[in-house]
Design a binder for this molecule. Structure first.
Ligand code: PLP
Length: 410
């Protein structure tokens, strides 16, 4: 057995596909920050004991280090204890969770929300609750791995549709004789940063009587005036409810978003029609058979969702950082290009796995940390540096990244 795994591990290393964990912690514990260290919060980390400026996290708004969020978790730990002690359907659901669900539904402008302990668990639970044998799922080729796992578990027929190809999707829907049809897509693609055309997808689903499930892991908090996410980006729904043009048309939508990225904490939620949400609550095995999330996480999330709405400057600043990076990379004349992206995810395409790792190493030598993303996470030959911007970054830090990239060419 040992020999077999050693051999397979050696193959991974030869293909430059072996992954390495790093031990990461904020450079200063946030509770110890004095005013002049404020700018280090959420941008500088000790990575394997070395101080680095990081562009690796999904903490797009810098909320994982926000004092109000930390205090909310501390106070809830004192009030509730630290464990949920059982499944939410037994005794792991608290007033904190209940309030959070109402606040999430109100923010995205949909009637009801259900909170899950992780996005992975949400997708793997929701899809098999909605569809099964005899049904068909239409999945964008670049969808996140956990959507694909959820589809596989459902045993519905899987149709992989070329990325963002509405004509191919329409053909596949037309040809299908399945009982139920479910179209599934990332709302913001996690390794590319582009936004799915949700209104066009909804219109297609209306024509072919299909449901649409969107995974807004990278749009929630980042897009929309108050961080409502992709539905608000397209003017479909938000804090003020469903837009007039979309009233009565949202019952085929299953909205899902995660809360460990821009919201800075952990977990995910599904939102939409009350009866759909109730069905997921009754049927999703990852909801039913897993211990609930500690109430301190729910209270931390309530605080972060409040801050997310109140501190609109975080989204404005993020936009300014995006623009600075794109202008900086264009002016530097690098041999690599940024993918078109309107979001915090700014992938720099390098090509081969080996080259991507080499650029990552050269940045690391200069104190800058950007993760290289390789297959199978992205297609063969498109290994990239996935630059993640955060409202915690400064414009000067983005300049530092561009300077380090310029150095890395040499
Ligand atoms: C991160 C991510 C998930 C998984 O969410 P977790 O809360 O990290 O389990 C699901 N979908 C997409 C698109 C993601 O990027």
């Amino acid at each position: 057995m040992t020999g077999l795994f050693d051999q397979e591990l050696a193959q991974l290393r030869t293909a430059h596909l072996a992954r390495q964990r790093r031990q990461v912690m904020p450079l200063k514990a946030p509770v110890d920050l004095s005013a002049d260290e404020e700018d280090l919060r959420g941008t500088h980390y000790l990575i394997n004991g070395q101080a680095r400026l990081s562009f690796g996290s999904n903490d797009y708004l810098g909320l994982s280090q926000h004092p109000a969020v930390i205090t909310a978790a501390q106070e809830a730990a004192a009030r509730y204890g630290v464990g949920a002690t059982a499944s939410p359907l037994v005794c792991g659901h608290s007033p904190a969770h209940e309030a959070l669900e109402h606040e999430l539904a109100a923010l995205v402008g949909l009637p009801r929300a259900l909170y899950f302990y992780a996005g992975y668990a949400a997708n793997v639970g929701i899809i098999p609750a909605l569809v099964g044998k005899g049904d068909a799922v239409f999945s964008d080729a670049l969808n996140h791995a956990c959507l694909i796992d959820g589809i596989r578990l459902s045993r519905a027929e899987l149709h992989v549709v070329p990325h963002a190809d509405l004509a191919a999707l329409e053909q596949a829907l037309q040809a299908s004789t399945a009982r139920r049809k479910l179209v599934v897509t990332d709302a913001v693609f996690s390794m590319d940063g582009n936004v799915a055309d949700v209104p066009a997808l909804m219109a297609l689903c209306e024509r072919h009587d299909a449901w649409l499930m969107i995974d807004d892991a990278h749009g929630f908090g980042v897009l929309g005036e108050h961080g409502e996410g992709t539905l608000s980006y397209f003017g479909m729904a938000g804090r003020d409810g469903v837009a007039p043009a979309w009233q009565g048309r949202m019952d085929r939508l299953i909205y899902m978003a995660t809360l460990g990225k821009a919201a800075g904490v952990a977990g995910a939620f599904v939102a939409g029609e009350p009866s759909m949400v109730e069905w997921v609550l009754q049927k999703a095995r990852t909801y039913m058979f897993a211990t609930g999330t500690p109430a301190m996480i729910a209270e931390a999330l309530r605080a972060s969702v409040r801050v997310m709405q109140e501190e609109g400057w975080r989204r404005d600043h993020l936009r300014a950082l995006q623009q600075r990076l794109r202008e900086g990379v264009a002016a530097a004349g690098l041999p690599w290009h940024l993918m078109p992206s309107d979001t915090a995810i700014q992938p720099l395409i390098i090509g081969s796995n080996e080259a991507a790792l080499a650029v990552m190493a050269k940045l690391d030598e200069q104190g800058v940390w950007v993760p290289a993303i390789r297959p199978p996470t992205v297609p063969e030959g498109t290994a990239r540096l996935r630059i993640s911007l955060s409202a915690a970054h400064t414009l000067a830090q983005v300049d530092q990244l561009v300077a380090a990239l310029t150095q890395a060419v040499a």
